[in-house]
Design a protein around this ligand. Structure first.
Ligand code: SF4
Ligand code: SF4
Length: 374
């Protein structure tokens, strides 16, 4: 049986609140039977990516507030959360700057794996990853709503729902453990450290400046990583303008790992207890963990809602296979290719691979029925 994906389009047809995206979203949430998925009176994580300094194209707080209101009507107890991606204290400051606060959202904003980022529980993910440390506030919840700002990603091509629950549901490291059971393992399955090409390096220090764990130094102008501090996030390699740093991973292995990570997170929930909302708005080319926001690669496509992560990410890429790149964006010169979405074209990697791997693991169904509801 096909999975259902609902779409609320971005366009408004008149000058009323009800005809705009915010009004249509509120209206849809009022009719959508959230109570079918969320048990009454339970704590419900609203899993988000809270951004970074300078990454201002995340989900606008007004939309998050609508979800908070809808979850409260179940009635259940929502809280907004992500695992520690930059040190927890600083990440909460970033969230506050972005407008994600208890006061604005009417729900607590917390680190899913604690302020130190090591409050997590190990779960077997699969043959590629072995055991992974799931953030406790997600692991212990009975239901979850996954709010995903759709964007590109240098290694996954698509930053969608599957990647959100995988990379964001897993801690950087468990208490008493290290990155081998954390999300960094997904980047480093084919080697333990980055390779640095001194001949290419221009000593710009972009890598050092972006490192969330302050693990990089340049004694005698040599790129040096403190392996104890390093989370294996791969950001230093991503930002290097001359590709002097290489992370030892292939696209295929990474995509399999992302799917397994999502599987590890989702197996902590009963079937049907997770709802996915993909925001196809301000879809920038890179991940929200980068300290910047770039012009969107395509026009806003609205909001998708489903209880199937495979279906919602497939629908996302199907939509992005049919739209034109926006002038002035990094995608503006892309030549459309049959069956290829803009993110995969831009990053020269097949974003659908993570979806195929997730489907193989039984996380959902790529066959779906799209219903436009507003
Ligand atoms: S992978 Fe690079 S950016 Fe990430 S923690 Fe390690 S040294 Fe820092
Ligand atoms: S970002 Fe690249 S070029 Fe710049 S210092 Fe680091 S390794 Fe060298």
């Amino acid at each position: 049986m096909k999975s259902k994906v609902y779409q609320i389009t971005a366009q408004s047809r008149s000058f009323t609140y009800e005809s705009g995206l915010m009004g249509k979203f509120e209206n849809f949430l009022g009719q959508f039977d959230l109570g079918r998925h969320l048990p009454e009176d339970e704590l419900v994580p609203l899993k988000m990516h809270l951004g970074n300094n300078g990454a201002f194209k995340t989900i606008r707080p007004q939309f998050v507030k609508k979800v908070v209101d809808a979850v409260k009507k179940v009635p259940a107890k929502p809280f907004v959360t992500d695992s520690v991606r930059v040190p927890g204290y600083e990440y909460l400051e970033i969230a506050k700057e972005a407008g994600y606060t208890h006061l604005t959202l009417d729900a607590p904003v917390i680190m899913a794996d604690g302020i130190f980022g090591n409050d997590s529980i190990k779960v077997y993910a699969g043959e590629t990853l072995g055991e992974m440390a799931i953030a406790s506030a997600i692991h212990d919840a009975k239901a979850m709503v996954v709010l995903t700002h759709v964007k590109g990603h240098i290694q996954a091509a698509l930053g969608g729902a599957i990647k959100n629950i995988s990379m964001g549901g897993i801690s950087a490291a468990p208490r008493g453990g290290d990155w081998h059971q954390g999300r960094g393992k997904m980047h480093f399955l084919m080697g333990e450290t980055m390779q640095w090409d001194q001949a290419k390096c221009t000593l710009c220090h972009d890598c050092m400046n972006i490192c969330p764990s302050e693990a990089i130094t340049f004694p005698d102008n040599v790129y040096t990583v403190d392996n104890e501090k390093c989370w294996r996030c791969g950001r230093c390699a991503r930002v290097c303008p001359v590709e002097a740093i290489e992370v030892p991973i292939s696209h295929e292995v990474f995509m399999k790992a992302v799917a397994e990570g999502a599987n590890a997170v989702l197996k902590t929930f009963e079937p049907g207890k997770v709802v996915y909302i993909n925001f196809l708005l301000e879809m920038q080319p890179e991940c929200d963990c980068m300290p910047l926001a770039d012009p969107p690669i395509a026009q806003d496509q609205g909001i998708l809602i489903s209880d199937d992560p495979v279906a919602i990410d497939t629908a996302t890429l199907d939509i992005l296979s049919k739209v034109s790149p926006l002038p002035g964006s990094r995608a503006s010169d892309l030549v459309p290719k049959e069956g290829w979405d803009l993110f995969s074209l831009l990053h020269k990697k097949d974003g659908r691979l993570q979806i195929a791997e997730a489907e193989k693991l039984g996380l959902g169904n790529s066959e779906y029925e799209l219903e436009v509801v507003g």
